[in-house]
Design a protein around this ligand. Structure first.
Ligand SMILES: Nc1ncnc2c1ncn2[C@@H]1O[C@H](COP(=O)(O)OP(=O)(O)OP(=O)(O)O)[C@@H](O)[C@H]1O
Ligand SMILES: [Mg+2]
Length: 234
């Protein structure tokens, strides 16, 4: 891959479910390394569908999805799991942490699945927990943490395998405004350090503070694509 090749190259992608109208219709989208892309749009406009296609969790009916030089729309289940472990970090609205594992063990999990050497994985996890200011909760169980702290753990887990892409679906959707602000700052900082981020959100504040580019979906089509010189808050 050359330095100028896009990290995400989506061409003419259509995804339909059953007899309904397409969840995504002939979407073409290219995202470069270092962008923080916010995907906006009303409920049902296809935002999560787009994220799932990028993550290889779903397949289009037509078109191609290429991420970091790899065609991900035709991968086998095992191939797609391997691709996600190597390339993708995901953060969800409801954290999706394992409640019977400690914070540290939650964060270690992706590295263990990827076969990273244990000592190296522990080093990385400790570094991430410190960077995300949750190191004092390393031995705690997620159920004891606040929503904002849980989301930080989820971000640490997502970053564990140093993903080319961080995908986030409504990462502030379940947080109060102070915790939401915390996660906003964190994502903005990660992007400033070079992390490519794709963010689905209804939170215009999050889009404005974090995103370098916004794409708006309506009825499965991109109706607006705006690049900001820098994120508004910077
Ligand atoms: N697994 C599925 N089976 C059937 N229809 C689906 C499925 N997933 C999504 N859809 C439909 O595809 C369309 C787009 O859904 P999607 O989840 O991508 O919307 P969204 O923009 O993420 O909405 P929200 O903001 O509510 O999360 C909707 O009409 C939805 O009902
Ligand atoms: Mg959604």
């Amino acid at each position: 891959m050359t330095a100028t090749a896009p990290v995400i190259d989506i061409r003419d992608v259509t995804r339909t479910y059953g007899q309904g109208p397409p969840a995504l219709a002939e979407v073409t989208l290219s995202v470069r390394a270092g962008e923080a892309l916010a995907v906006l749009g009303p409920s049902g406009s296809g935002k999560s569908t787009l994220l799932n296609l990028i993550a290889g969790l779903d397949r289009p009916n037509a078109g191609s999805v290429t991420v970091a030089g790899l065609r991900v729309d035709g991968l086998s289940e095992a191939g797609s799991a391997r691709y996600r472990r190597a390339t993708i970090g995901m953060v969800f609205q409801f954290f999706n942490l394992l409640d019977d594992l400690t914070v540290t063990d939650n964060v270690l999990l992706p590295a263990q699945l990827a076969g990273v050497h244990r000592a190296e994985a522990r080093r990385r996890a400790a570094g991430l927990l410190e960077y995300l200011r949750i190191d004092r909760h390393a031995a705690a169980y997620p159920g004891r943490l606040s929503g904002g702290e849980r989301q930080r753990v989820a971000v640490a887990r997502a970053l564990m395998n140093r993903p080319a892409l961080l995908l986030a679906d409504e990462p502030t959707g379940a947080l109060d405004s102070a915790s939401g602000e915390d996660v906003r700052e964190l994502l903005t900082e990660l992007n400033a350090e070079g992390q490519t981020i794709i963010l689905v959100t209804h939170d215009l504040g999050l889009a404005e503070s974090c995103a370098t580019r916004t794409v708006e979906l309506v009825d499965g089509r991109i109706v607006r694509d705006t690049t900001h010189a820098t994120a508004v808050a910077r």
